[in-house]
Design a protein around this ligand. Structure first.
Ligand code: C5P
Length: 222
């Protein structure tokens, strides 16, 4: 797989309901920069990444347009869909046909590092599909709809998935051709094809900004 054929899809088309702000979450400020700038900056400066596709809500796209002048690798800014999987699909349609590897990243995770992304790219080159994740620190319970515990999975086998997640482009396209409205990440769709996905060490600082409190935490650790 040639290094120059790597594209990144950054999804930022969620409703941001839990963020409770009129500003799109991806444009909320974190240390003088909008949230989405942080991850864009990392991807822009990795030489093997050649294209970035930003997926936003249709009504927010005008506000994202200025990203083009700041980040030269942005190939397209496209409207997303109803679910996260729909939005990734919209991003896939904007890829250059020569793309060999795709990294999918949530705009809601601004605190990635270049080292983390390079770890992921190396794993995708080797295994075709890989994600960054961290071992869970808490005991996790599976519960039924009425709140009764059904099962306590062995903690040492539990990892919390993060983004970016990376795949050979053909594999990710095939995974998204199937129905996947319920998928909360891309690995889930690739797993459903029966393909093995490698987990590599993520970073506990790579938190997902969902609520205003998460933004306060990010300001502390950024
Ligand atoms: O909804 P969730 O918290 O899983 O969102 C994770 C990421 O997916 C966020 O960056 C969000 O903007 C994006 N998303 C999207 N389109 C949707 C739903 C979520 O791009 N319809």
């Amino acid at each position: 797989m040639r290094a120059q054929q790597i594209a990144v899809i950054i999804v930022a088309a969620g409703s941001g309901m839990r963020f409770k702000s009129k500003t799109p979450k991806a444009l909320a400020m974190l240390k003088n920069w909008p949230l989405i700038h942080h991850s864009l900056h990392i991807f822009e400066h990795i030489p093997s990444i050649h294209d970035i596709i930003v997926v936003g809500r249709k009504e927010d796209l005008r506000r994202f347009e200025s990203l083009h002048s700041r980040f030269k690798k942005i190939r397209a800014i496209v409207p997303g869909g109803k679910t996260r999987a729909d939005s990734v699909k919209c991003g896939l349609l904007a890829l250059d046909s020569k793309t060999a590897m795709v990294l999918v990243h949530d705009a809601a995770r601004p605190l990635i590092s270049q080292a983390l992304v390079l770890r992921l790219i190396a794993a995708v080159r080797r295994h075709k599909a890989a994600i960054v994740a961290v071992p869970v620190k808490a005991t996790v319970k599976e519960v039924d709809a009425k709140g009764w515990i059904k099962h306590t999975p062995k903690r040492s086998y539990l990892w919390e998935a993060q983004t970016p997640q990376g795949f050979e482009a053909n594999l990710l396209v095939r995974a998204h051709q199937r129905k996947g409205g319920d998928a909360t990440d891309d690995a889930m769709l690739v797993e459903r094809l029966g393909t093995k996905v490698k987990v590599v060490m993520g970073d506990y600082r790579n938190i997902k900004i969902t609520t205003p409190e998460d933004l306060c935490i990010a300001k502390e650790i950024a």
